[in-house]
Design a binder for this molecule. Sequence first.
Ligand code: FAD
Length: 314
Amino acid sequence: MSPPTLIDAPSTPTETPVALSYELFPPRSDAASATLWKTIRELEGTAPDYVSVTYGASGSNHDTALDLVDRLQLETTLRPLAHLTCVGGTPEELSTTVNALVDRGVRGILALRGDKPRDGHVPAGSLRYAQDLIELIRRVELRRSAQFAAGKVAIGVAAYPTKHPESPSEAHDIEVLLAKQRSGADFAITQVFFHAEQYASLVHRARRAGVTIPIIPGIMPLTSLRRILKLSELSGVAPDAALVDRMHAVGDDSGLARQIGVEASVALAEAALDAGAPGLHLYTFNEHESALEVLARLDLPRPSRPSLARRQAN
Ligand code: FAD
């Protein structure tokens, strides 16, 4: 018999909502900013749990990234997750940036290494790995813990369904993910992938190794062959050859390519959810149409947000 203090679990568990988030990047021009803000307003209507804001490892867009984070906090109902890269940054510089994020009210950081400079040279004294950045963020957090009302900064990290281009093996990638969890990561978002089995395999291998944090699949709405090829070049992830062939056969400008790509993205997201994904992170490329098209076809269980409903009614 159970001890009398144990509370019975409800026999019909309530449905756990699927987390929803989007990735945005800081705009490079006034025109790009206007498009982005239309996208932000459209995405806001879907009440995501957070939106992530990318951060260029080269350092060129740091001010615009911070400006975007500020505006999201001040002018929208959205919660920002600030990406932060550490490659080439000294501990002092990165502490300053982490403190600046905390000062701005940011409570979620995606801790990344960033892509190495093209010549591969990382300056002496700079941080080497995302793991180093996680530990630095936790040290800043410890010094300022009173400001968090005993809460903490949520730290996300990158995870790889296919081998990271610089890594010796997929097993090494899992060791790195486990090390990032030990250093204080709270959740992971995956690199893009084109086959659902790759996500399921990552989760399976990670769990077997002792990784317990949520691993959220990063899904890119695949709306054109151009986008797939660009994405594959940027991420080093080989595209799905069969999908490329089908889109190539109909041509990017026919409208059919978009339909094929959206269907493939929906199938990928559904398969990831079937494999137990706790949420979806949509890489938007700062466009809302394709993200919303994919979402409309998925019908995710989402919590209702009374404040948003009130805002929309006014
Ligand atoms: P790490 O986890 O540090 O890994 C980098 C390499 O070092 C890997 O090969 C790993 O195997 C190896 N490694 C790590 N730790 C150790 C260790 N202790 N010992 C030995 N080897 C180790 N890039 C940007 O510039 N800006 C962004 O905003 C951005 N956002 C991203 C968001 C997501 C969700 C993802 C998946 C990637 C993003 N990237 C971004 C790209 C990312 O910076 C690159 O993939 C980069 O090459 C690796 O970053 P990481 O954080 O995974 O690095």
